[in-house]
Design a protein around this ligand. Structure first.
Ligand code: PLI
Length: 461
């Protein structure tokens, strides 16, 4: 393992105490949570790796920018400042704010669903994106390369579209039944895996040849651009800004959960390249759903913080450290034999719990068992991305089997140190050592939708 790591490109100005609990306390807390760490109080978590969404630390410049917030209902100065930054980054003509990524999805995606029987095709839909596709009356089809599911094998761009399958899908369904092609960068659901520019270009060419709109789901577009710079020939000497601009040039619409690479605690972005009619429709819909088009559910101060955060997230010193933290945790686990999605992606280490615990069947949720064991071990909260999250077939009501059973150790931006990551690694390695003793879980209460958030579980005896 490369023991060296990139030191923090920042120093600490303010601290937030976190508390370690005892194992006895955690046994009680986990039981009370229904063996579902979503129901834990954050103060009972020592290191919180549930998500990188809205959990990052803001810089002093962001905190200072908050004070400039103009809270005018209409025409806020803060809106115009943010609009300028977004136009500069994307090169697009139009911007509408939303309260977060799913707010942007609920306004934009239905605009492309013009008749029954339509589908969106993505390398991989994130769960809220899938939900909004379905709520709009369309189907969500994933079309990622097979290497994405081979966790132990190296591939530099496991988020890539399967181009041949994409062509076949368009042919089989008919281009006018494809509502849009959604490029998820990075591909969150299978490991924060990047998509190469070459693959994005070819995907864009296919879409354009069939007159299909292209939408970027770019919550982590800056991390993707950094991977392109590191791994793709011809991009070594380009800036992250230039690489990102090239990505935006391939698409028609950019949707973003600004809670990730916007380095903000809240916020969403709708940016439209040049389609005046689409912009007018979205501007109309944003009002009843999110708010007036110059705030869209955000406060003026949050727009100010986002305007600064978007620019900071493109800085190479920041990105180098950010991705090296993830790499460091991944290396520590791999060196100890823990199976992970390899190579690690941009925002998290994904532990392959199907390989780790083959004795636990998919419908007893092996990754959820590992998540619970890691909490008991050290108060570290991770999240299951597998069959528990996937849910049931809407028709048969049978549990769907996910191709991967993953525990996501998601690293918030600028928040934890390498020492914290050592605590995480030690906990996961300790759980791995006694993986054969882990037992599955089953339902005590199962809600009808998005069950992973509020289910109560119990260990299988
Ligand atoms: O959580 P939102 O509504 O701001 O964004 C939804 C969303 C859209 N696309 C992608 C790729 C996401 O990762 C995403 C949210 N992700 C969360 C909450 C996560 O924990 O990964």
């Amino acid at each position: 393992m490369d023991k060296k790591y990139t030191a923090e490109p920042y120093r600490i100005k303010m601290v937030e105490p976190i508390r370690q609990t005892t194992r006895e306390e955690r046994i009680t807390l986990l039981e009370k949570s229904g063996f579902n760490p979503f129901s834990l109080r954050s103060e009972d978590v020592y290191i919180d790796l549930l998500t990188d969404s809205g959990t990052g630390a803001m810089s002093h410049n962001q905190w200072a920018a908050l004070m400039r917030g103009d809270e005018a209902y209409a025409g806020s100065r803060s809106f115009y400042r943010l609009e300028k930054v977004i136009k500069d980054i994307t090169g697009y003509r139009y911007f509408i704010p939303a309260h977060q990524g799913r707010g942007a999805e609920q306004v934009v995606l239905p605009q492309f669903v013009t008749k029954p029987g339509m589908s969106f095709i993505s390398n991989m839909h994130f769960d809220t994106t899938r939900a909004h596709v379905e709520l709009a009356g369309a189907r969500a089809i994933d079309c990622v390369i097979d290497e994405c599911f081979e966790t132990q094998n190296y591939h530099p761009f496991k988020g890539n579209f399967h181009l041949e399958r994409l062509r076949e899908l368009i042919k089989a369904r008919g281009a006018d039944n494809v509502a849009g092609i959604i490029m998820t960068v990075t591909n969150n659901s299978a490991g924060g895996q990047p998509v190469s520019m070459e693959n994005l270009r070819q995907t864009s060419d296919i879409a354009k040849a069939h007159d299909i709109p292209i939408i970027i789901d770019g919550a982590r577009y800056a991390e993707n651009a950094y991977f392109v710079k590191q791994r793709e020939k011809g991009y070594e000497n380009k800036s992250i800004h230039e690489i990102s601009k090239e990505l935006f040039g391939l698409a028609d619409v950019f949707l973003m959960s600004a809670k990730k690479d916007g380095l903000s605690n809240i916020g969403g972005i709708i940016a439209i390249k040049e389609d005046d009619a689409l912009f007018e429709r979205c501007r109309t819909y944003i009002v009843p759903m999110e708010g007036f088009p110059t705030y869209g559910g955000m406060t003026g101060r949050d727009m100010e913080a986002l305007a600064v955060g978007l620019q900071e997230a493109l800085e190479e010193d920041y990105l180098r450290h950010r991705l090296d933290q993830v790499r460091y945790l991944g290396d520590r686990l791999r060196d100890a034999g823990v199976p992970i999605q390899h190579p690690v992606g941009g925002h998290a280490v994904f532990v392959d719990c199907k390989t780790m615990c083959p004795h636990i069947p998919f419908d007893q949720f092996p990754a959820q068992s590992v998540v619970n064991a890691v909490y008991l071990e050290a108060g570290v909260r991770a999240v299951e991305i597998g069959s528990f999250l996937l849910g049931r077939d809407p028709d048969t009501k049978e549990n769907l089997q996910s191709p991967l059973e993953l525990m996501r150790l998601t690293i918030p931006r600028r928040t934890y140190t390498y020492t914290h990551l050592d605590v995480v690694a030690d906990a996961v390695i300790a759980v791995y050592a006694r993986r054969n003793e882990l037992k599955g879980v089953t339902f005590e209460y199962e809600p009808p939708v998005l069950r992973h958030f509020t289910s109560r579980l119990k260990p299988v005896t």
